[in-house]
Design a protein around this ligand. Sequence first.
Ligand code: T46
Length: 132
Amino acid sequence: MEIQTFEFKVHGDERGSLIAIEEQTDIPFSMKRVYYIIDTAEKTRRGGHAHRTLQQVLVCISGSCKILLDDGGEKAVVSMDKASRGLLVDRLIWHEMYDFSPGCVLLALASDIYEENDYIRKYDKFLEEINT
Ligand code: T46
């Protein structure tokens, strides 16, 4: 499976660092929504779904976590531990997030607003949809 990641420029000086992410330039779509996952309880697994049309870039801006990507044929696990690295979670990719470190902040840049009908929350339904 092809894993697409983005390395964002770190603007650093003696004060610290700043990272800017611009739609269509640093990530391959226009953003309509930003959300972030914080205060994750120990041993939690989140996600466990795919999106029909939504594209997202995930950035672990503090701490670390792992992201499982599954295209229905192949699986890959990506370790996220750099605020300057984005991971594309494309449409029709089953994804799960786990192994959150204490204080992990996972930022999501999403191509559309929240729409429950865009979620495929059952794995067998996901396999059915990608094969039709
Ligand atoms: C995804 C992964 C990476 C909203 O009201 N608005 C929103 O924009 C989002 C994302 C969620 N919610 C509500 C829906 C649920 O009641 O927040 C609650 C938790 O959402 P969910 O169980 O879907 O959270 P995760 O961590 O399993 O999945 C989230 C995103 O929903 C999903 O799109 O790809 O993070």
